[in-house]
Ligand binder design. Sequence first.
Ligand code: FAD
Length: 455
Amino acid sequence: MERHNTNISRRSRRLRQGHRGSGPVVYWMSRDQRIDDNWALLWAQQEAITRQKSLLIVFCLVTDYPGATPAHFQFMLTGINDLPKRLAPLNIGWTMLQGPPEKSLPAFLHQIDAHAFVCDFDPLRIKQQWKQKLISNLNLPFYEVDAHNIIPAWTISEKKEYAAYTIRPKIKRLLADFLTDFPPLVRHPINLTTTLAEITAQDLATPAKLQASQKMIMEPGEREATRAAKQFIDQRLVHYGEYSNNPCRQGQSGLSPYLHFGQLSAQRLAIMVSQAPLGSEEKEHFLEELIVRRELSDNFCLYEPAYDSVEGFPQWAQKTLDEHRGDTREYLYTLSDFEAGNTHEALWNACQLDLVQNGKLHGFLRMYWSKKILEWTPDPETALAFAITLNDRYSLDGRDPNGYTGIAWSIGGVHDRAWKERPVFGKIRYMNQAGCRRKFDVEAYITSVKENTSK
Ligand SMILES: Cc1cc2nc3c(=O)[nH]c(=O)nc-3n(C[C@H](O)[C@H](O)[C@H](O)COP(=O)(O)OP(=O)(O)OC[C@H]3O[C@@H](n4cnc5c(N)ncnc54)[C@H](O)[C@@H]3O)c2cc1C
């Protein structure tokens, strides 16, 4: 237990000091929308027990969150709906607020005379801005806990890492210490005295865009996430190394939406994979993506304020793209052309259709898809804006550090190196259909997308 406690504290940092009220310790759940395996909730409970206070979770529903679509809201809110009934037997309170957190939270925390306030960690701009405003507007102790990464992003590194090879040794050094099992969340020993309406998503006056009844791309929620993780590990992890780069095989885990919405803990998944009765090669390949690549993305967005603009690209990449600004582009498309999958190339159009229909594009094709956007737009700024807009709009796992970093890798050489110079791309790594054909059966992929669409 001692070891667990130490580890919980090491995952937190204090954002401000202030006056402790007589009410509950409040956990503002945002990025990590789960009860199990959640370091921020565990930290809040530890703090509440130490201080003999009750414990409350609050979720702020922001209906105009940038880029969020009905499909995102549906997945998120269906997952969240399960939480209050699981919290009741744990004697942990739950409520929801509507509106921008920096406005709705201060009044609420004042009203309940909160004792301390804790949030989970997110490197994205909007979340950082909310937190900065809360730091100014609140007068109570405010803490942040990284419940998303295995090693807190600020602990792995204090600066923007150059590439996977620079962050990997830092992760390796700390991993054994941080990849520990979770202590249990206990039935909370102190009752809430504040009477709060137990608000759920349905109780809020939700605009029509939240009520869209689309075909659900995959079943949301903590339970489904764990079931999908187990199924992947039991049935497909063994082939991950062989098939994960082949869009015609179901080689990847498909777990990114659960990880994005925090319905699944990456740390739990890493533990489950580590314990699987398989050889180390299969596991290591997967853990490299889940840990090194994912935590590298958080590092990029945390330390690079321009993570979604060309200014965030490395100097060599900005220079080479600049030198090729004037190059003739054989094809030029508008955002609507791309969005409708209306280019000259059947493979690219199939990727776009796949993304729109299924809310997901295979990892290998995501690289191809975004590199072609660079090739078929007038400049890198437009390419980056188009790729981000489409990825954020149609990917269920979009609006994620992995997305901004993956696109910056594809279009702007982030975490990559210079390659042989060629038109438009300069020294940015190029991809073409011939490369795809060496990896998988392109025609079979196009046919399968068309068949799925006509169903
Ligand atoms: C242009 C482009 C856009 C991308 N957009 C997103 C996005 O919006 N959201 C998103 O989560 N990922 C994005 N990625 C990263 C990666 O493609 C996806 O994480 C992965 O394909 C998700 O499928 P999966 O869960 O089946 O992955 P698996 O191969 O099963 O991997 C398991 C987990 O490891 C992590 N991971 C795997 N590959 C990467 C990677 N290259 N970088 C960072 N983490 C990784 C993810 O959390 C993933 O869920 C993007 C990559 C590129 C090149």
